[in-house]
Design a protein around this ligand. Sequence first.
Ligand code: SAH
Ligand code: ZN
Ligand code: ZN
Ligand code: ZN
Ligand code: ZN
Length: 499
Amino acid sequence: MEVSEANDDSFGIEVIPAEDGKPAPCCPHGPTLLFEKVGKGGENGRRFYACSACRDRKYCNFFQWEEEKVSEVRLLAREAENQSKRPVFTQQENCSRFRKFSSLPLDEKKFCQDCQMLLLPGEHGAHSSHRTTAVSTDQLRRPSVLLRPLDNKKSNAQYLFTDRSSHFLLDTLAGLGYKKVLCVGTPRLQELIKLRNLEQKHEPMKSLLLDIDFRYTQFYSQDEFCHYNMFNHHFFDGEASGAVLQAFLTECDGQKVVMVADPPFGGLVKPLASSFSLISHTWRKLQSSGECHDCSNTDIPMMWIFPYFFEPRILECLPSCTMLDYQVDYDNHPMYKHGKTGRKQSPVRLFTNISPRDVVLPKDEGYRFCSVCQRFVLSLNKHCAKCNVCPSKDGREWKHCSMCEKCVKPSWRHCQRCGRCALPDHPCGQGEGQEGCFNCGSLEHKRKACPLKDTHRISHRSNAKSGGKRVSHRPLLKPKAKRKSGAARRAKKLAALSK
Ligand code: SAH
Ligand code: ZN
Ligand code: ZN
Ligand code: ZN
Ligand code: ZN
């Protein structure tokens, strides 16, 4: 059975939290996750283990039923397969290669585009039939430009920040006094931090990149990069990387740490949130012995970059976060370009547990401060006196519906028959048919027209209560929710989707 097929004919797939004492089998990407198929009628299906990082069988075809007995022979084959997927060079080897490479004369510095690697002189021959380019000193400092962005759409597409967005992030964090940035899936941010340090105009900042893209080990030392899977908090180099992370998270001499994560879009919010809460937990333990006594129940300051329609799900997992109006945009994603009115706007936002009033959004890009909400919002996001919030999520001006008693998208009309606001051409009166887009959950389009169709399937859709609860000083993860009956869960899901 294929995981992707399972998705297609079912309502969705949920991730089941790991139970202690029941270790998950491993694929080349570390421990797998336990999934459960939720059928059309809402009944729970069989559970199975599948890869945490790749939702496309093409990239990792691990599959095992929860109760399946796996033969010794298959276990050995699996182990061999996992070993064979290890990178050719270890991180240590890559570090010494980088040192050698850096000291080469300019005309011997070559990068193989086909193999995506820096070549040492002895290797030029073996790559002579490949496309190679010269590498200047400046290019060596910008690996995210040199490397071809991964475009394996279903699981690991790399969307790189525009200069506008990466500078905004860095200036904001520096302005807030952070001295160390834990870059989780943000190679371009790490690169910018290092470039900024070279300018010597500012107090230097430290950064550590955690990413599954091993190509980056060619450019960074062991205390700047850890090969990491953010869906299962797995360090491919085990304890050595764990120690690097611990050292980085230790705040000595008042060097405040902040985490910035830009995971691949496409769901798995729960596993991401649990990885981030483990990072937070590690951070908290390291600080408690130090000067900071009142941070025993606070979380590591963080920015999680994700599309706005995940807000309910993210807030369900991380109740101390708020979604900011800032629109993050990307160089190599045609959809996610910065746009003012009329043009396509990026749906990608910042979710943060930093106080929203401290994150100043640029006025010249159309943001203003709402003194009631105490946060910066897009100018078009007008404060609604009745809802007492600036309600817009998508960058357009929303309007208040007195029947629904909330603000809704400008394109929606109140439908008497459905008793709620919806698009004028919604499937009227068919409560059951209103599942919206199977990919992202939006009611505005079907899966075929989903702007996120090419990213991997958003599987376990929200059963979150919406609404911007903003309670700080709470643990990142709420205790495991009570199990509801299939029907109740489904009803709740639909209710959440029809917001
Ligand atoms: N906007 C960012 C890049 C985001 S793209 C920037 O400009 O720096 C998503 C990033 O997450 C990529 O760098 C990708 O390699 C990484 N990634 C994808 N899947 C991952 C996983 N399972 N674990 C860790 N990192 C992952
Ligand atoms: Zn895998
Ligand atoms: Zn407001
Ligand atoms: Zn309103
Ligand atoms: Zn209405």
